[in-house]
Design a protein around this ligand. Sequence first.
Ligand code: SF4
Length: 324
Amino acid sequence: MHAFDYSAPSTVTDALRLARPGSAFLAGGTTLVDLMKLDVLTPDQVIDVNRLPLRGIRMRGGLRIGALERMSDVANHPLVASTHPMISRALLLSASGQLRNMASIGGNLLQRTRCDYFRDVTSACNKRRPGSGCPALTGVNRGHAILGTSDSCVATHASDVAVAFVAMEAQVVLRSRDGERTVPLEDFYLLPGSTPDRENVLAPGELIAEVVVPTLSWARHATYLKIRDRQSYEFALTSVAAAIDVKRGVVQDVRLAAGGVGTKPWRLRAVEDALKGSVAVERTFADAAESAVDGARPLAHNAFKTSLLKRTIVRALLDAAGVR
Ligand code: SF4
């Protein structure tokens, strides 16, 4: 591990003042420390933000979750579980119990891809070393993305709860020395294009302070369905966050986003549009799910994700709507 300076300020102002190019904010450490041990990340300064007052879960203009809240605390909070069960479920299906007790919500949204080439410093990787190439394009790519990819990078975004947040149109509140700004989470993440090393709109020295999730009365009719190779401590092959409002058997409104298939959490707007006003039965769910893979670019080993994604959407909708 490379040597680094360490500080643990107690105010946001001090943390932002300390930040400089080459520094990193440390919360739960479940991504940062992991990648520092592998020499994938080599910050020369680590700013421990755990003493900052960025906690709290409350209802004020939507569900507000402090960036330093731990995943397990958010998942089990009565306010979250009762108003946004999809978010609780996405968190509880993430990582392991030990990791959920350490990892913060802000850190979860900033976690790096699980692409093995990215985590192996002896491999080329455009995300880790711009311009060096992308061995996943022709190498082992079973777990990689089929949506939002480019010729420079095909890595998936690994977060589960980000998928639920994007479905619910959550926003992130960002703080920097220049003040505060609020960004829809869907726009916070960038497509890889020719610069896969730039994953989000965070400016240097800016940090996530809070996540704000709008309240929807029908968000209780929701689920997060995660398909993976084993039922514990594994990343999604596909996942779907679904919330649906059905009245007299007809879909009034719906929210859908997918994980495990996109280079960022993937909102399924075409599927939502196809569902609105339709009869809430399996056949119409399956017809609507066809448009989920428009524009998909499967690789040699992950073509199965196109049909798996469509089937995951149908199952999630059936669960959320209570249709059997
Ligand atoms: Fe690197 Fe992205 Fe290619 Fe993986 S898919 S090797 S992260 S450039």
